[in-house]
Design a protein. Structure first.
Length: 357
């Protein structure tokens, strides 16, 4: 009888090993759902962890779990660490790659396990919505015994992914419908530099703004020549007030300079601006000052094309900031990278910088 038992155990182990060799060396879990919301709004919910608690399938399993986020607010490098009860365990997840508005890849490391797994969100636009597919690939190693955990893992994780996608659908479909796809935006670190500037105002008409800037830059140029300053970057304009209803735009027109004149010889006084009749509405002030730009985290946006299309870009920026929960930390400014005098309108590049908390 003992011999038969040992033989049976031996055959069982052989059978288990044989099954393990046949099973794949990784577990793949995948679930999909259709969401009726702009792809950009859905993407913002999974591109980082600022909104993770709103739709996470694990949040209810341990409301007291410890969570820590680090790195950038969104995008590659955004990191999330958690530690909780037996149902949620512990580990880290970090965004390692992304394709704006279509795909986000996250590396996961579970506490107590060697190696890492890869979770991927794929967004596929459809006629009546967006198909969102959430997948997970977990390496099981070369040991055939480990391969046996693949089916069990699928059974455990599959329902969680279904719940998470269902919650993501609820949040996305109840949220804003503004579509900011195509916005060329990225987190950046703004460095401080000196610039000479003059305060001015005009109507919100793009031609009027261009004329007001021309007058301002002319006055600044005279100041720089008198002070012995050299231009050190693209001209810029800091927005102080934009009143679309009242058609009023108040701004500081500036030119980056190679040094702060206060550190050297005192500059000569700037000559007052000469405003021609067609520029009378520019209301240019007669003093030029030197200041330093903002230094710190910012959102950098590239606008391509005519200046008259900038309000459309700003509307997308507003939707973008709302979707990502970004908070302003100062006045935004535009940097006119291209020379409008020698660059076709369709090829103009304008950088928009928005300080962030």
């Amino acid at each position: 009888m003992l011999r038969n038992i040992l033989l049976g155990l031996f055959l069982f182990v052989v059978l288990v090993l044989a099954i393990g060799f046949v099973l794949p060396d990784k577990a793949h879990v995948e679930r999909s759902i259709k969401i009726k919301a702009p792809a950009s709004q859905i993407y913002a919910l999974v591109d980082g962890f600022h909104s993770f608690a709103k739709w996470s399938p694990w949040q209810d399993k341990d409301p007291a779990m410890t969570v820590k986020t680090s790195g950038p607010a969104f995008g590659v490098g955004a990191r999330y660490e958690w530690s909780g009860n037996k149902q949620v365990g512990s580990g880290t997840q970090e965004i390692v790659a992304e394709t704006p508005y279509t795909q986000v890849k996250t590396r996961l490391t579970f506490g107590g396990f060697d190696g890492s797994s890869l979770a991927v969100f794929n967004l596929e636009p459809m006629q009546d919505g967006v198909r969102v597919t959430w997948s997970l690939d977990v390496p099981l190693g070369a040991n055939p015994i480990g391969h046996l955990f693949g089916p069990l893992m699928k059974k455990q994780i599959g329902p969680d992914y279904e719940l998470g996608l269902s919650r993501l659908k609820t949040v996305a479909e109840a949220g804003p419908k503004d579509d900011f796809a195509g916005l060329d935006a990225a987190l950046a670190e703004s460095k401080s530099f000196p610039y000479a500037y003059v305060s001015a105002s005009s109507s919100t008409d793009s031609d009027a703004i261009g004329k007001a800037l021309t007058v301002a830059y002319g006055q600044i140029g005279g100041f720089m020549k008198a002070a012995g300053l050299k231009q050190a970057g693209a001209p810029l304009a800091v927005t102080r007030r934009w009143d679309e209803a009242g058609k009023v735009y108040e701004f500081d027109a500036g030119i980056p300079v190679d040094r702060n004149p206060a550190d050297g010889a005192a500059p000569a006084a700037a000559a007052p601006a000469v405003v021609s009749p067609d520029l009378a509405k520019a209301k240019l002030k007669a003093d030029v000052k030197v200041a330093f730009t903002y230094a710190g985290p910012a959102l950098r946006v590239e606008h391509h094309g005519a200046y008259g299309k900038l309000p459309e870009t700003y509307a997308r920026i507003a939707a973008f900031k709302q979707a990502y929960g970004l908070q302003d930390n100062g006045l935004p400014w535009e940097s006119y990278v291209s020379d409008p005098g020698s660059t076709p309108e369709a090829q103009l590049v304008t950088e928009i910088w928005l300080p962030l908390k």
